[in-house]
Design a protein around this ligand. Structure first.
Ligand code: NAD
Ligand code: DAU
Length: 358
């Protein structure tokens, strides 16, 4: 049994689905179901006894203690977070609460659980913390890519809260010997991503004939990784990573935002042509994000060299798959936009007091 936090979110849901497609080991999935949590993403697991879903807040120590005692996981994989930079600018409090206090609560509970285990199970136990490249701050055009030893320099409330959580995770290894692993990954894209993030937002706006809002001059650079490749990296680190180590994860796909939006428009022109003209005509340059980091780039040499991990998708193949997924799953997008995904939760998980549902 593994315990996953945030498994109803974008990356967590992709991870849980792939895990249960390819292994028989059960998952207990703990998610608060904030606006970003969507049980509709896990609909295919209904009736699958290997998936136990629990709606809970990771800041609730009692619940976390109970879950660890009940399910006795061999590992905790910590995805849960407030994840959207723009939201952190307008409302940082939730980010500090979930990302810092929530991670601290999980670490405290995991430490107590870890010391209670018999020696053999203690040896095998891992706490894997899923983090971001944004903790390293912003690169200039000629700077080398982030390595695991790049100093932390977070610039947004989101990245500062993730940096705080990374430091706590590190401290629990050095001070208490909790066997932790941390991954710092670049920008993910793929199926099931909430349409507030750049790629799904642009696909949805284009299909709705709405403007495509590019912040600033569109020359900010992100290093894109298909979500399934991030999930395979996490599995590799869980299986073979060295306790106490951090691993950068990225796809060597540095693209400016404008390049990404152009490529998306071209794919949509091919796969779902607009009644007239190109989707590129919808692009609008808008006021920049405050404190907008200029460039991220990941040096993934450590995870590739020491664990043999490789991404399967190029940016071109991954983006095509993503556009095809959104075109084929408009009901998922419309459910999110209309708020129906929340109603689905109410209908199917009405008995929350029971705590655990398959
Ligand atoms: P997401 O916003 O799509 O999902 C987050 C999930 O966490 C949601 O299901 C939400 O309900 C849940 N959650 C939030 N607060 C909670 C709480 N207090 N208790 C329990 N559950 C809670 O995020 P994502 O994009 O899937 O990111 C997952 C993790 O990966 C995050 O830690 C993020 O920092 C990290 N990450 C994301 C990216 C990316 O590009 N999306 C890249 C690198 C790292
Ligand atoms: O680098 C990893 C991080 O990537 C993760 O840790 C975060 O959880 C994840 O949200 C993502 O952060 P970004 O801020 O890079 O992602 P976002 O999709 O919000 O924006 C990507 C780029 O596109 C960024 O430079 C801002 C720009 N942008 C974004 C939106 C939503 C636009 O130009 N227009 C938009 O409408």
């Amino acid at each position: 049994m593994i315990l996953v936090t945030g498994g109803a979110g974008f990356i967590g849901a992709n991870f849980v689905l792939e895990w249960l497609r390819s292994t028989s080991e059960p998952v207990v999935n703990v998610d608060k179901l904030t606006y970003a949590g969507n049980l509709g993403s896990l609909r295919s697991l209904q009736g699958d006894d290997r998936h136990k879903f629990v709606q809970a807040d990771i800041c609730d120590r009692q619940v976390v203690d109970d879950l660890l005692a009940t399910f006795q996981p061999r590992a905790v994989l910590h995805f849960a977070a407030e994840s959207h930079v723009d939201r952190s600018i307008h409302g940082p409090a939730e980010f500090v609460q979930t990302n810092v206090v929530g991670t601290f609560t999980l670490l405290e509970a995991a430490k107590a659980y870890f010391v209670s285990l018999p020696a053999e199970r203690r040896e095998a136990f891992r706490f894997l913390h899923v983090s971001t490249d944004e903790v390293y701050g912003s690169l200039g055009p000629a700077d080398p890519a982030f390595t695991e030893t790049t100093p932390y320099a977070p610039n947004s409330p989101y990245s500062a809260s993730k940096a705080g959580s990374d430091h706590l995770v590190r401290a629990y290894f050095h001070t208490y010997g909790l066997p932790v692993l941390t991954t710092n990954c670049s920008n993910n894209y793929g199926p099931l991503q909430f349409p507030e993030k750049l790629i799904p937002l642009m696909i949805d706006n284009a299909l709705s004939g709405k403007p495509l809002p590019v912040y600033g001059d569109g020359q900010n650079i992100r290093d894109w990784l298909y979500v399934a490749d991030h999930c395979s990296a996490i599995r590799e680190v869980l299986a073979n990573g060295a306790a106490g180590e951090t691993y950068n994860v990225g796809g060597c796909n540095e693209k400016s935002n404008l390049e990404v939006v152009h490529t998306l428009c071209d794919l949509l022109d091919e796969l779902k042509p607009a009644p007239k003209g190109s989707y590129r005509e919808l692009i609008q340059f808008v006021t920049d994000r405050p404190g907008h980091d200029r460039r991220y780039a990941i040096d993934a040499g450590k995870i590739m060299g020491s664990l043999g991990w490789r991404p399967m998708e190029t940016f071109e193949t991954g983006l095509r798959k993503t556009v095809e997924w959104y075109l084929a799953n408009q009901d998922w997008v419309n459910g999110v936009k209309s708020g129906d995904y929340r109603k689905w939760v109410e209908l199917n998980y009405a008995d929350r007091s029971a705590g655990v549902a398959a």
